[in-house]
Design a protein around this ligand. Structure first.
Ligand code: HAM
Length: 428
């Protein structure tokens, strides 16, 4: 029975009361992205597995250990997206979005799926807000994306979010670096975990990102990529820092930051939450990814922010959210005729965009008023035979207790709007 009544491990329901908070956060994310010229893209929740093998990289934890992969009934290998970038690149290419000119700026709000060990801030169904920019090689693009991420945290009131920054160079400067890493790790081969041992030949940089404490300790003494950057990568990174300085954005250089996905080149960054002790977001440049996935060589960059973690951080600091208005006017009715009238008036209000409700559970008047109170109705109106006969009913302000008689005839909506605004004005 538990299988029927419990959501799968690492997933959670978002229920009324919580969804409104998510909506507030999502509105901030969307509006900041749109301020910076990004437009929304929606891509399928599943893609061909090959996309992630090629895109994310087959030596990453995400691909090696965490993907939800299955054969569909047609025998195709399908994977639930573990992240949003690869799908965004595929969609950009498939839909020819580059035809409208560069830079192409996209944002998305999606669920992603990773088979992880669930714990605080680590879910199997996670939610990300991401932005991706294509066709902009300039360091200014890196800074716009980073500044956008930080502006979002600031607007949400999350003031303890930092910026960790590194450059992991390009394939040219990585050749020498890989050699140095192989040499360093080979000398301590016996201590490495099994996964890292298999990565030593294929992709030694991944060892720097291993979660095993022993490998992490060994990685501390490894050669740093920043000592191997080619002149172009060095100049790019220098310019990124110069622009961040010009914007007054503080950052911490972290030469050990390599990120967990293979597509990154040059600038990589994370947004750590000091109070929670983990990253609320991260991203970077991926100048080789579009070509890797079948497009023309095109620079790209972006970030993913964990929504679940943002909400956790807001909860942690007891952030206050505006109370959602679920009901402006509750129409309580006594008797069949009055109920019919309540429905007609409610319909009129809905057509004018006013949230209104009435009884649907055959409750008595007292229970209806109790319900109105529970849903936080701002006004109530009782309809009975007397009101129907008089063509007027009392509008009650539930906060102040003030009552005013208004028409329930043809001019009801106008009368309601005037009376309710007038009372709002009074309460100021
Ligand atoms: P990522 O660092 O794997 O990057 O994920 C981005 C953010 O998603 C993390 O910083 C974290 O806040 C959140 N996140 C990741 N895994 C989980 C999880 N299991 N539970 C809860 N939250 C999680 C990417 O996914 C890249 N696609 C970002 C990117 C976009 N880079 C360039 N463009």
């Amino acid at each position: 029975m538990e299988l029927l009544t419990k959501a799968p491990k690492g997933t959670m329901d978002l229920t009324p009361g919580v969804t409104e908070k998510w909506q507030v956060v999502e509105d901030v994310l969307k509006s900041e992205a749109e301020l910076n010229g990004f437009s929304e893209i929606r891509t399928p929740v599943f893609e061909h597995t090959e996309l992630f093998l090629r895109g994310v990289g087959d030596t990453t934890d995400v691909v090696e250990k965490q993907m939800y992969t299955f054969l569909d009934k047609g025998g195709r290998s399908i994977t639930l997206r573990p992240e949003g970038t690869a799908g965004a690149v595929r969609a950009m290419l498939e839909n020819g979005l580059y035809n409208a000119g560069y830079p192409v700026k996209l944002y998305y709000l999606t669920s992603c799926y990773r088979y992880e060990k669930p714990q605080a801030g680590r879910l199997r169904e996670l939610h990300q807000f991401g932005v991706e920019m294509f066709g902009a090689a300039d360091p200014g693009a890196d800074v716009q994306v980073i500044a956008l991420g930080l502006a979002i945290y600031k607007r949400l009131g999350l003031h303890d979010v930092g910026l960790q920054l590194n450059s992991i160079g390009c394939p040219a400067c990585r050749k020498e670096y890989h050699k140095a890493l192989k040499e360093y790790f080979s000398a301590r081969k016996d201590e490495l975990c099994e996964t890292c041992l298999s990565r030593l030949e294929r992709n030694p940089m991944r060892i720097l990102d291993c979660k095993s404490p022993v490998c992490q300790e060994i990685a501390k003494g490894a050669p740093k990529i920043t000592d191997y950057l080619c002149e172009e990568c060095k100049a790019h990174f220098g310019k990124v820092q110069e622009l961040l300085d010009a914007l007054g954005i503080a950052y911490e250089l972290d030469p050990g930051l390599v990120r967990g996905l293979d597509y990154y080149t040059r600038t990589v960054f994370e947004f750590p939450s000091k109070s929670l002790g983990f990253a609320l977001g991260g991203g970077g440049r991926y100048d080789g990814l579009v070509e890797e996935l079948g497009g023309k060589p095109t620079p790209g960059l972006g970030f993913g922010l964990g929504l679940d973690r943002i909400l956790l951080a807001l909860e942690e600091q007891k952030a206050e959210f505006p109370e959602p208005v679920r009901c402006e006017l509750y129409l309580a009715a006594m008797g069949d005729e009055a109920q019919k009238k309540a429905f007609v008036l409610m319909d009129k209000l809905h057509k004018c965009g006013v949230a209104a409700d009435c009884d649907l559970c055959a409750r008595g008047l007292k229970a209806q008023m109790k319900y109105a109170d529970r849903i936080g109705a701002r006004y109530t109106m009782v309809l009975g035979d007397n009101e129907l006969e008089a063509g007027k009913a009392e509008l009650k302000n539930m906060q102040t207790g003030e009552k005013v008689k208004i028409s329930i005839g043809e001019d009801f909506v106008d009368a309601y709007l005037t009376a309710s605004t007038a009372q709002d004005d009074l309460s100021f």
